[in-house]
Design a protein around this ligand. Structure first.
Ligand SMILES: Nc1ncnc2c1ncn2[C@@H]1O[C@H](COP(=O)(O)OP(=O)(O)OP(=O)(O)O)[C@@H](O)[C@H]1O
Ligand SMILES: [Mg+2]
Length: 471
């Protein structure tokens, strides 16, 4: 686990943010609570609008009632003059303790101001509340046209009442705050329920984590899928499959090490015996014989060691993958030059069958060469003297083909799959050899994305065909 203490504060903050954003719990919590907060913000805006409308309506009602009381107080005196004595109740109904200022105006149909404040703005429609500014105060206005008996033809007066917004705003705030408190409570409850739900929902995952963590290095038996929810069971199955693969690989590795040790032990024991015999022997001819045998055993051990090394290099992940572009014709030519002496010693006619054009493949040049060396080495080794070995290179569509055929005994069909296994040798084959050559061939070909097949050569021997993607 990384230790954040060693990081500068900025890095620590970044680490904490990265941990938070990658946390399933934080993500689910954010999705639920942020969605809820979004919905509540919209709701709060709507409830603010509705509180506003309600407060307007109530104010308008009071304004209309006040205008009506004032209009009722208008009368025509016996001299024909219009009079009004504003009843105190008409203005007192606005005294709600918020220090609102009230303005009014009574005007005849022909425009005479009978009472009130000159210059009070006039609403466009009567009996409908309206917002306006009067003497730098924001006010709510209401107009009422009222008929007056005894005033002649145009017997109406207009009463306008205006009130500042203090009480209306207070009412709106109160209506809205009670809604706000309810919704805040709702978010808190939803948040708590989400946390509890997440805790409960994630508990099986944490149990699974602990179960995996508590296992020792060697414990690879399957985990119980029922310990987590159904959605997560495929993950447990995948984990179990992976552990099974690791288990098989570990078993194969153990087998391989024990086989290798076994293969090394036999020639090493021989070397020891042959060395003792040579040391004890006084007869020159017999000593030479023992030394000869000693040399042969040493060669065998050296061969085994170098084959083991090549195989380990050919395994995936053991070397940095190299993508050289290799000309198979040139490679084959060089390999044949190296092995020409060996062919001569075995009295074998070693030849190359290839056109002048290069045949390019992509892959690890060194390993591809090792593959070809092993194939030709097999052909030379298992073909009796006087025989013939041919290496061929060509193209077939998008494939580069490399084949090695010999006039030896070939490999029976039944054993063609097994000879690729590590340390597998056909019974009765000459004793020198470690059984790793064809395993190396298969690793190299797999690594280069190709395939290798065994077949019958025209001359009765073995035909090995390697197919690689050409470039
Ligand atoms: N060209 C061939 N003709 C006949 N038999 C072959 C041929 N090539 C391989 N074999 C058989 O397949 C077996 C496996 O070959 P492989 O190259 O893997 O191992 P090896 O040759 O025994 O040992 P080494 O690791 O030294 O190459 C051989 O032991 C041999 O019996
Ligand atoms: Mg071999």
């Amino acid at each position: 686990m990384r230790n954040d203490e060693s990081l500068p504060p900025q890095g620590r903050l970044r680490g904490a943010i990265a941990r938070l954003t990658s946390s399933l719990r934080a993500q689910l919590f954010a999705w639920v609570v942020l969605t809820l907060i979004g919905a509540i913000c919209i709701n709060l805006y709507l409830s603010f609008r509705s509180a506003d409308i309600t407060a307007d309506l109530i104010t308008d009602h009071t304004l209309l009632a006040s205008a009506r009381v004032i209009a009722e107080a208008v009368h025509v005196d016996p001299g024909g003059t219009v009079q009004v004595d504003i009843p105190p109740a008409a203005l007192e109904m606005f005294d709600t303790g918020y220090g609102d200022r009230v303005f009014y105006q009574v005007v005849t149909a022909w425009g005479n101001l009978i009472a009130g404040y000159p210059g009070l703005p006039q609403p466009r429609r009567q009996q409908v509340g309206e917002d306006a500014v009067f003497r730098s105060d924001y006010v709510r206005l209401m107009l009422l046209n009222h008929p007056i008996v005894g005033l002649g033809e145009d017997s109406t007066i207009s009463v306008t009442v205006a009130v500042t917004h203090n009480s209306q705003y207070a009412m709106r705030r109160r209506l809205w705050l009670s809604d706000f408190a309810k919704q805040l409570g709702l978010v808190l409850i939803a948040g708590l329920v989400t946390i509890v739900g997440l805790q409960r929902g994630l508990a099986p995952v944490l149990r699974l984590r602990d179960a995996v963590r508590e296992r020792g290095r060697q414990r690879l038996d399957p985990l119980e899928p029922d310990m987590v929810q159904s959605e997560l069971r495929p993950l447990v199955h995948a984990l179990n499959d992976h552990m099974e693969r690791v288990q098989n690989q570990m078993a194969a590795q153990r087998r391989f090490v024990s086989n290798a040790a076994h293969q090394l032990r036999t020639p090493l024991a021989l070397i020891s015996t042959q060395a003792s015999v040579a040391a004890r022997e006084n007869d020159n001819a017999r000593r030479d014989e023992a030394l000869q045998a000693l040399r042969s055993s040493t060669r065998q051990v050296t061969r085994l060691a170098s084959q083991l090394l090549t195989l380990s290099r050919a395994e995936p992940g053991s070397r940095r993958p190299r993508n050289d572009t290799i000309d198979l014709v040139a490679t084959a030519r060089r390999v044949l030059e190296t092995l020409a002496e060996e062919a001569l010693r075995h009295d074998i006619d070693l030849g190359l069958e290839a056109g002048d054009a290069p045949v390019h493949v992509e892959g690890d040049g060194l390993m591809l060469r090792e593959m070809l060396v092993n194939l030709v080495d097999n052909a030379l080794r298992y073909t009796p003297a006087g025989g013939r070995v041919t290496v061929g290179v060509g193209r077939n569509g998008d494939d580069a083909l490399l084949w090695v055929e010999d006039s030896g005994p070939g490999i029976p069909e039944a054993e063609r799959a097994q000879v690729f296994e590590r340390f597998y040798r056909i019974i009765g084959t000459e004793p020198e050899g470690s059984g790793l050559g064809l395993a190396i061939v298969r690793e190299v070909v797999d690594g280069a994305g190709g395939s290798v097949t065994l077949g019958d050569a025209a001359e009765g021997g073995l035909l090995v065909t390697v197919k690689l993607p050409a470039v």
